[in-house]
Design a protein around this ligand. Structure first.
Ligand SMILES: Cc1cc2nc3c(=O)[nH]c(=O)nc-3n(C[C@H](O)[C@H](O)[C@H](O)COP(=O)(O)OP(=O)(O)OC[C@H]3O[C@@H](n4cnc5c(N)ncnc54)[C@H](O)[C@@H]3O)c2cc1C
Length: 317
């Protein structure tokens, strides 16, 4: 970021291996939840003590990089004894035709995902919003193309993926060094808040209850995970700690808020710096009870209106 005192006036960037410079009346930073805080910190905008550790002179002391959150999830997997349509579609010749149909006409099996069924549940009735999402999948994790006599069909499967929607644990994005080509350090601190592990454990138990329902019998066979690794609550928690991964919804590292101590104001402007906005998932103060891409797109639309001054006009009319 190119700063003139506390005014953002452009960016330095590398093109074809050469350093270049662009000047701008306003800079919009949209490098995502991990790289936006990195770029701000490299420019002297961030936690002053952490910047000094890396020899960067602080311009504005802000909690950049803090408040990192993500949707943590894991897979309860099952055999699918009868096999599903998707496995039949994965026969090489059928899939070749399906791909052509998808490409030229936009229809057919290759335009459908073997999933796309979602449920949002409350593990406790008193909760205001769901705390667990189930993502369903209708085929095996090991699905592959097959053809008689050349490669055998895969053993079909199904799965339910309990995902924690509102974790209380918070992590942070830190600099590894003042070198802009170095990757930032991501410290998630998963399960540092005491409620998170029990919430996800309850999510696993609810997923098992769903899988045990009679109408699902034709589709769900023997449990593959957690299976014997998850008989007691303690087992399930240990299994979660070993196998949980995120649903790739990181956000929150440059949170917007009314509160003066936040990184961004409600117009997505970096506090203490003129001419600099952040428009990406890092600006979300908290996770939503859903996948976050639509929120990011909506935020970008809103930001475009704010930048053009249209939202002010709308408010006045
Ligand atoms: C595997 C995966 C699956 C996902 N599936 C879903 C889903 O099904 N539904 C859903 O809602 N969300 C999904 N997400 C999340 C969704 O993609 C993100 O929430 C969304 O893309 C975030 O948008 P963003 O603009 O904040 O960041 P990004 O989309 O990450 O955009 C940031 C951009 O900045 C660029 N950049 C970074 N640093 C620099 C730099 N120094 N200089 C120049 N450019 C830079 C990056 O290359 C990138 O293009 C998924 C994410 C992943 C990784």
């Amino acid at each position: 970021m190119l700063l003139n005192g506390k005014h953002a006036v452009g960016v330095d960037y590398v093109k074809n291996g050469k350093l270049a410079r662009a000047h701008a009346g306003e800079v919009i930073l949209s490098a995502g939840t991990f790289n936006t805080p990195q770029l701000l910190m490299l420019s002297g905008i961030g936690p002053a003590a952490h910047l000094r550790e890396h020899g960067i002179a602080p311009v504005v002391d802000l909690p950049v990089g803090r408040n990192l959150q993500d949707h943590l999830a894991l897979w309860c997997l099952y055999e699918r004894p009868a096999g599903g349509d998707f496995r039949e579609d994965m026969r090489f010749d059928r899939m070749a035709v399906a791909m052509l149909s998808a490409y030229f006409f936009g229809v057919g099996p290759a335009t459908r995902l073997p999933g796309a069924l979602h449920a949002f549940v409350k593990t406790r009735p008193e909760l205001a919003v769901p705390d667990i999402e189930f993502m369903f999948r209708s085929t095996s994790m090991n699905a592959h193309l097959w053809f008689p006599g050349i490669k055998s069909r895969f053993a079909d499967g199904t799965g339910i993926r309990p995902t924690m929607l509102h974790p209380e644990s918070r992590g942070e994005v830190l600099l590894r060094s003042a070198d802009p080509t170095a990757v930032p350090r991501l410290v998630f601190n998963f399960f540092s808040a005491p409620n998170d592990l029990p919430t996800l454990r309850e999510g696993v138990k609810r997923a098992r209850e769903v899988a045990a329902q009679a109408p699902l019998k034709p589709f769900i066979g023997k449990e593959l995970t957690p299976a014997d690794a998850g008989r007691t609550d303690a087992d399930i928690e240990a299994w979660i700690r070993r196998t949980a991964i995120t649903a790739h919804h990181p956000c929150g590292t440059c949170a917007m808020a009314e509160d003066e101590s936040s990184v961004l104001d409600p117009q997505l402007r970096v506090r203490g710096i003129d001419g600099l906005r952040v428009v990406d998932a890092s600006a979300m103060p908290d996770l939503v009870s859903a996948h976050i891409n639509a929120c990011v797109i909506m935020m970008a639309e809103k930001a475009a209106d704010m930048i053009r001054g249209r939202s002010q006009l709308t408010a006045e009319t």
